[in-house]
Write a protein that binds this ligand. Structure first.
Ligand code: NAD
Length: 512
């Protein structure tokens, strides 16, 4: 490993060997089972975290509800100022937090820092937003009446997050929710609890410095059962959940049953269409980074390449060459391109998917497999692989969270768009073309059915300025930029009568 001392990083972030996994700010507790977080980089124990019991969970929610009474009445720009301070603290801690993200999750150091940068960016966005929570003014049909709408905070927002973006997803939600006047309770992934403790410590410092009440930022820990407490809890008006489609279906159903709101950010099965008019050199960078970056563990990772038949052989040759140059190993070593999967179970799922693709008739172009020996002791390192397939294979229509790239041919753009859309997921998509007609068709109503559709950049990653999320089994939620903030507020329509009459709408007469 590079010159990296995890003890120093943990010290800087206030993480101990044993941590309370339940926190309302300054008050830290947690007496449930202990989670041991081990790094997929080298298999070593990072630190321990206690999980949250049901009683402790109830205490957290009560405290958050009390805090909401203060927070909701603080003017939004003042809440924005708190978010600004949080963003500044993240700037100070970017190096340490980025390294911890990288070590606990297994993504490259560049990506670990990038994730913290994303947190900083969304804070900046939310600060501006705190002065722009605009409602519309409408013209009333009744004389001397004024009608307008305003947006109010909702209350306690429950956040459930996945392991692959262990910190950014939390801040996408919290930075907006706090600016909107909500208080937040976060359950990080049980696979990355330490970054959760570190983030909570940072925000707790800001809240303490501003003498704000306990409960504005809360942390709970544990497995899916702790997430279920939130899904079933009528005190939580909004549950924002990021993770697998299986999880989203369970959370969405439970929240809908109590007529609450959910914001779901679920799995993707993202494709790039490479047309006969593509600039192949540019295409290759986007496609290879999309497929192998974060070891294929991004919701926006490129899983399918849909290639025009005239380009197919050339793309294959170039892909083979590019894959032969990939260096797999310690993600903290900047010379490596591909780090480990999150755990050995993920490596099992990767192997299983390759087996299924072969059974369905796939032909391997670049062989995969698990890596063993020096540097790969954690058992989580695998080789990125490429398999030639037909679009209808069951495994091709399934999201496997690993660096497996499926490639397939098409004849005309209609067919390519149909293949691209013909999967249950609808997150990210891209077309590589220098032909304006092709790109416009791809972006039109008869084009990509995804929440994200790109031209001449890959599917992987996104900027915080746009609304992020996808359709179909991706869950339909939108987070981050544009008007995604509206999900964290409730809309109220107000009609004010300043006349001496009481006219009814639609001209209805009612005389007493
Ligand atoms: P996961 O579904 O296993 O777990 C995600 C979170 O949900 C964890 O915190 C887990 O404890 C919790 N959870 C699981 N079942 C639950 C239930 N029934 N009720 C309440 N909470 C429950 O996902 P993962 O393996 O951590 O992450 C990978 C998945 O996340 C992939 O499918 C990926 O595409 C998706 N993802 C989507 C986005 C997006 O924005 N669309 C972003 C990141 C990850």
């Amino acid at each position: 490993m590079s010159d990296f001392k995890i003890e120093d990083i943990l010290n800087e972030l206030g993480v101990k060997a044993e941590n309370s996994g339940t926190s309302t700010g300054q008050k830290n507790f947690g007496s449930g089972e202990v989670i041991e977080s081990k790094s997929p980089v080298d298999g070593k124990l990072i630190a321990k975290v206690t999980t949250t019991t049901k009683e402790e969970y109830d205490e957290v929610i009560k405290t958050s509800q009390e805090a909401f009474k203060t927070w909701r009445m603080m003017p939004a720009p003042q809440r924005g100022e708190i978010v600004r301070q949080f963003g500044d603290k993240l700037r100070e801690k970017k190096d340490a937090l980025g390294k911890l993200v990288s070590y606990e999750m297994g993504k490259s150091l560049q990506e670990g820092w990038g994730e913290v940068q994303e947190m900083i960016d969304i804070c900046d966005f939310a600060v501006g937003l705190s002065r722009q929570l605009y409602g519309l003014t409408m013209h009333s049909e009744r004389p001397k009446h004024r009608m307008y709408e305003q947006w109010h905070p909702m209350g306690t927002v429950g956040i459930i997050s996945a392991f692959n973006f262990p910190v950014a997803v939390w801040s996408w939600n919290t930075a907006l929710a706090w600016a909107c006047g909500d208080v937040c309770v976060w359950k990080p992934s049980e696979k990355t609890p330490i970054t959760g403790v570190a983030c909570q410590n940072i925000m707790a410092e800001v809240l303490k410095e501003n003498n704000l009440p306990e409960g504005i930022s809360c942390l709970i820990n544990g497995g899916r059962e702790i997430g279920e407490y939130m899904s079933n809890d009528g005190r939580i008006p909004l549950v924002s959940a990021t993770g697998s489609t299986r999880m989203g279906r369970e959370v969405g159903t439970a929240v809908a049953k109590r007529l609450g709101k959910s914001l779901l950010e679920l799995g993707g099965n993202n494709a790039i269409i490479i047309t006969e008019n593509a600039d192949l050199d540019a295409t290759l960078v986007g496609a290879v980074f999309g497929a192998v970056g974060t070891a294929g563990q991004r919701c926006t990772s490129t899983r399918r390449l849909i290639i025009h038949e005239s380009m197919y052989d050339e793309v294959k040759t170039k892909l083979k060459k590019a894959y032969s140059q990939l260096r797999i190993g310690d993600p903290l070593d900047m010379n490596n391109h591909v780090g480990p999967l999150i755990d050995t179970m993920a490596a099992d799922m990767y192997e299983d998917a390759i087996k299924k693709a072969k059974e369905e008739g796939g032909t391997v172009l670049v062989e995969g497999g698990r890596l063993e020996g020096a540097g790969y002791e954690s058992g989580c390192y695998v080789k990125p692989c490429i398999i030639e397939v037909e679009s209808h294979y069951k495994i091709v229509c399934t999201e496997t969270f690993a660096p497996i790239l499926y490639i397939m041919k098409y004849k005309d753009l209609d067919e390519a768009i149909a293949i691209q859309n013909n999967v249950p997921q609808g997150l990210s998509s891209a077309i590589m073309t220098t032909n304006m007609r092709e790109s416009e068709r791809f972006l039109s109503a008869e084009g990509s059915d995804c929440g994200i559709a790109n031209v001449n950049i890959g599917t992987s990653g996104a900027e915080i300025g746009g609304a992020f999320g996808g359709e179909k089994e991706t869950g339909g939620g939108r987070e981050s930029g544009s008007d995604a903030w509206k999900a964290y507020m409730r809309r109220q329509t107000n009609t004010i009568n300043y006349s001496t009459e009481v006219p009814l709408a639609q001209g209805i007469k009612f005389d007493l």
